[in-house]
Design a protein around this ligand. Structure first.
Ligand code: F3S
Length: 284
């Protein structure tokens, strides 16, 4: 009998769950058009359902500028201060579903920038969460992914520097980058802002991956936290498979596996995880 281990931390984190509930509550209120600033979740099935219920996605400031009436829901990734300003100027109702972990980084960035620190975010500069975070700082606030990127920003050794992380960043990598920067002699204050849900999910995924013959990671190609999970699982298990839905799973790849581990990114519905669990549990 094949052993299947599903990570307890797989699937929706509380930030995503709350944001999604917020959207459904707003739909029920029937209070005019409902918009989300960016897709509320990295999951096509859920997004299709919301689209059928009339929820529209705003993908840019230009899209937001065109809205004349209704409610704008800010997703768990959060946004920069400028988006709130536009909504306020246009007298749009804002429902803020920014995850509290992300909101904490916004506060850190704003306060430290005001106190004269150069704020550096370790994370993907093109990720919407990171773009939103940088939108609470000043012209010196930047996101970097390596020590080399950090140096090329031109910080001075006697400058006050505050370093924080994208919530879904890999903790080991974050610690390595911060240690290297410190050893170079920079004066830094370090805030570990990786969220608990991510840390727990990454730790559990790594631990399961090191014990199984095959590890399956379920999530979206556009989800940063899923990408990090794949990276971590590959370190523990060479036979790590990334899938978006059950259809992506090749039964041949599982044939020789006596034990299979499953984890999933923060936007993966429980139903999808269960579907994969049931199917891989069968002997092919
Ligand atoms: Fe929040 Fe962490 Fe989820 S930052 S949205 S609880 S992955």
């Amino acid at each position: 009998m094949r052993e299947v281990i599903v990570a307890k931390s797989a699937g929706f984190c509380f930030g995503v769950r709350e944001a999604l509930e917020t959207v459904y509550k707003e739909i029920e209120k029937k209070n005019g058009p409902v918009f989300t600033y960016g897709p509320i979740i990295h999951n096509e099935i859920v997004l299709d359902d919301l689209a059928k219920k009339g929820v529209r996605i705003l993908n840019s400031e230009e899209d937001l500028e065109k809205v004349t009436d209704g409610t704008v829901i800010i997703r768990s990734h959060g946004v920069g201060e400028k988006i709130y300003d536009i909504c306020c100027r246009k007298r749009l109702k804002v429902v803020d579903a920014t995850c509290p972990f992300v909101a904490r980084i916004h506060r850190i960035v704003r306060e430290k920038s005001r106190d004269g620190y150069r704020v550096i975010i370790i994370g993907d500069p093109h990720h919407p969460e990171v773009e939103g975070i940088c939108g609470w700082g000043d012209e010196k606030t930047t996101a970097v992914e390596s020590v080399e990127d950090f140096i090329s920003c031109g910080p001075a050794k006697n400058e006050k520097i505050c370093i924080a992380a994208q919530t879904t960043y890999n903790l080991t990598k974050f610690t390595e980058i911060v240690d290297k920067i410190r050893k170079l002699g920079y004066d830094i204050v370090c805030c570990n802002t990786i969220c608990n849900a991510t840390q727990e999910r990454q730790k559990e995924a790594g631990s399961i991956a090191s014990r199984v013959d095959c590890m399956i990671v379920i999530g979206s190609r556009t989800s940063s936290n899923t990408g990090k999970l794949v990276e971590i699982c590959k370190e523990g298990c060479g036979n790590t498979i990334f899938i978006q839905t059950l259809n992506d799973l090749d039964p041949e790849a599982l044939k020789a596996a006596g034990s299979i581990g499953i984890t999933a990114g923060a936007s993966t519905p429980k139903q999808l995880i269960e579907e994969v669990q049931v199917n891989v549990g069968r002997e092919f």
